[in-house]
Design a protein around this ligand. Structure first.
Ligand code: NAP
Ligand code: MG
Length: 404
C-alpha cells in the first residue's frame, strides 16, 4: 500500500515475554506496519532487559506514558523462584504491571471481547460487562497475625501529636484464632472514583459501584460516601447530558442484578470483589484470552493490554518447534484500543478508522469460522476450523484490507 496512515504523537510501546512476545512482533509485521507509519517509543520490558537495567526500564516506560498519555503493553513475566533460576536473575523483580500502576496511580478496567459464535454462559448477557477493580489496599496490603488463647486484640491509632486511641477487636478467651488489620486511603479511593466516572463517560456506559456498608459502617461506608461526593460535585451534569447513570448498591444485591442484566455497564468493585468477579465475568463470557485490560490514571493516561499472561505452556511448545494455536485477539485489541485513543487525542480520523477496521477484521475472521484452539472448543459455529497462531493473523490481515 502506497499511502500509509500517518501518526502524530507516538504510543509508548512495551514489549514483553514468551509466547506473547512472539505474537507481538507478528501483529506489528502483519497487521500494523503494512498499513501504518507506526510511531512508538519502544521499551523492552522482556525479563532479560529488566535484568540488564535492574528494572529501570519499567520505571522509564511508566514515565513515558505520563509524557505521551497513551501506552500499549505486551504480557510480561512476574518473576517467582522458578523464573529467578530460569533467567538467572539477580533479584525477584516486582510485577511490571504493579509498578506501572503504582506510578500512574491507575485503575484497571477489564472488558471481554464478544464475538459471533462465542456465547456467554449467562443467556441474558448481550453486551460486555467491564469490571473496574480498585487495586490498592484492603487485604492486599494487610497485616495479620495468629492470636493464641488469652490474647486481647485491639486497634491502636497513634495520632501525629502522639495521642492514642485504642479500639477493642476481640479477647481470645476460649480459643486462639487470627487477627487482621487492613486500611485504605481517601486519596486512593478518590482517584479510583474519578477513574471510574471518567471511564464510564468515555465509553458512554452506566456505572455501578457496590460495597457492604450495612455491615462495614465506617470502612465500606467511606467508599460509598467518596463516590457519591465526587459524583455530585464533578460528574452529575455530564452523566445527565450523556444519558448515563451512576448507582450504588450492596455487593450481594449487585451480583443478583449483574446475572439478570443485559450487560453493557461498568462494574466498579473494591479490591477483593474485583479480583474474584473479574475471573467470574471472564469465564462466563467465554475465554480469558478474549479479555482486554486498560489502565486509566486520574490524569487521563491510558495503558492498553491483554488481560492474560505470557502463555508460557504454548511458548515451550513453540521453542521445541511444535505447532501452537495461541489466541492473539486480546493483544490485537490492546493495539486497536491504544491506536483509537491516540487518534482521538490527536484528532486523526484515518487512524481512528483503522482501529475500528482492525477490530472488525478480527471479528469477521472468527465469524467466518477461522479461530485458535481455545475458541474452537467453545464456538457454536458449525463451519469452524482450528488454525495455528500465525495463520489466524494472516487471515485477519487478508480481511483487514477489505475493511479499510
Ligand atoms: P497465562 O499466560 O494467562 O496462561 C494460562 C493458560 O490460559 C494458558 O496455559 C492457556 O491454557 C490459557 N491461555 C491464556 N492466554 C491464552 C491465549 N492468548 N491463547 C490461548 N490460550 C490462552 O497465565 P500463566 O500461565 O499463569 O502465566 C504465565 C506468565 O504470565 C507468568 O510468568 C505470569 O507472571 C505472567 N502473567 C502476566 C500478566 C501480565 O503481564 N498482564 C498477567 C498474568 C500472568 P492452555 O495451556 O490450557 O491452552
Ligand atoms: Mg483473580
Amino acid at each position: 500500500m502506497s499511502d500509509k496512515i500517518k501518526m502524530h504523537l507516538p504510543i509508548v510501546e512495551m514489549d514483553g515475554d514468551e509466547m506473547t512476545r512472539i505474537i507481538w512482533a507478528k501483529v506489528k509485521e502483519l497487521l500494523l506496519h503494512p498499513f501504518l507509519e507506526l510511531k512508538t517509543e519502544y521499551y523492552d520490558l522482556g525479563l532479560p532487559e529488566r535484568e540488564r537495567t535492574g528494572d529501570r526500564i519499567t520505571m522509564d516506560a511508566a514515565e513515558a506514558i505520563k509524557q505521551y498519555g497513551v501506552g500499549v503493553k505486551c504480557a510480561t513475566i512476574t518473576p517467582n523462584e522458578e523464573r529467578v533460576t530460569e533467567y538467572n536473575l539477580s533479584e525477584m523483580y516486582k510485577s511490571p504491571n504493579g509498578s506501572i500502576r503504582a506510578i500512574l496511580d491507575g485503575t484497571v478496567f477489564r472488558a471481554p471481547i464478544t464475538a459471533p459464535g462465542i456465547t456467554p454462559y449467562i443467556p441474558t448477557w448481550k453486551r460486555p460487562i467491564t469490571i473496574a477493580r480498585h487495586a490498592y489496599g484492603d487485604i492486599y496490603k494487610n497485616t495479620e497475625s495468629p492470636a493464641v488463647q488469652g490474647t486481647k486484640a485491639e486497634l491502636l491509632l497513634t495520632a501525629a501529636d502522639g495521642s492514642e486511641t485504642r479500639i477493642p477487636i476481640h479477647i481470645f478467651e476460649k480459643s486462639g484464632g487470627i487477627v487482621q488489620g487492613i486500611h485504605n486511603t481517601d486519596s486512593s479511593i478518590t482517584s479510583f472514583a474519578r477513574a471510574c466516572f471518567s471511564y464510564a463517560l468515555d465509553t458512554k456506559q452506566d456505572l455501578w459501584f457496590n460495597a457492604k456498608d450495612t455491615i462495614s459502617k465506617i470502612y465500606d461506608r467511606r467508599f460509598r460516601d467518596i463516590f457519591e461526593e465526587i459524583f455530585r460535585r464533578e460528574y452529575k451534569d455530564s452523566f445527565a447530558e450523556t444519558g448515563i447513570t451512576y448507582a450504588y448498591t450492596l455487593i450481594d444485591d449487585a451480583i443478583a442484578r449483574v446475572i439478570r442484566s443485559e450487560g453493557g455497564f461498568v462494574w466498579a468493585c473494591k479490591n477483593y470483589d474485583g479480583d474474584v468477579m473479574s475471573d467470574m465475568v471472564a469465564t462466563a463470557f467465554g475465554s480469558l484470552a478474549m479479555m482486554t485490560s486498560v489502565l486509566v490514571s486520574p490524569q487521563g493516561y491510558f495503558e492498553y493490554e491483554a488481560a492474560h499472561g505470557t502463555v508460557q505452556r504454548h511458548y515451550y511448545k513453540y521453542q521445541k518447534g511444535e505447532q501452537t494455536s495461541t489466541n492473539s485477539v486480546a493483544t490485537i485489541f490492546a493495539w486497536s484500543g491504544a491506536l483509537r485513543k491516540r487518534a482521538q487525542t490527536d484528532a486523526l480520523p484515518r487512524l481512528e478508522n483503522f482501529a475500528g477496521a482492525l477490530e472488525s477484521a478480527v471479528l469477521r475472521t472468527i465469524a467466518d469460522g477461522v479461530m485458535t484452539g481455545d475458541l474452537y472448543e467453545i464456538s457454536t459455529l458449525l463451519n469452524k476450523q482450528k488454525v495455528d497462531t500465525e495463520t489466524f493473523l494472516l487471515e485477519v490481515a487478508q480481511r483487514l484490507e477489505r475493511f479499510l
